[in-house]
Unconditional design. Sequence first.
Length: 116
Amino acid sequence: MPNGEARFWVYVIELDSTGLVSVGENGAVYVGETSLTPAVRYDKHKAGGKSSARVVFRRGVRLRPDLFPPEGPFETRREALRFERRTKNRLEHRGYRVFGGQGETFMKGASRAPDA
């Protein structure tokens, strides 16, 4: 990595699952990727606006660094997107309801699923 600095993060946010129609046995989370630090990105989600995921704005409880991929942070967006998708799949397998996490699929033009 240039200058020893990573540029992209994959992060996980715990969601308040109260009232969600479908919730995993371990609750609900949001998975995303960012060029900001996860803490700054979480604050932007909670502030609302165009760059905020509606589900995090409405239901975001806290960052879950214990669920972040241990391989990160990442040098390239493509690498972060690949791990965003892997993190989504891993958490679904562990019993979480996962919002976000489209990763490379999103970059190929697939539309995002509607947020709760």
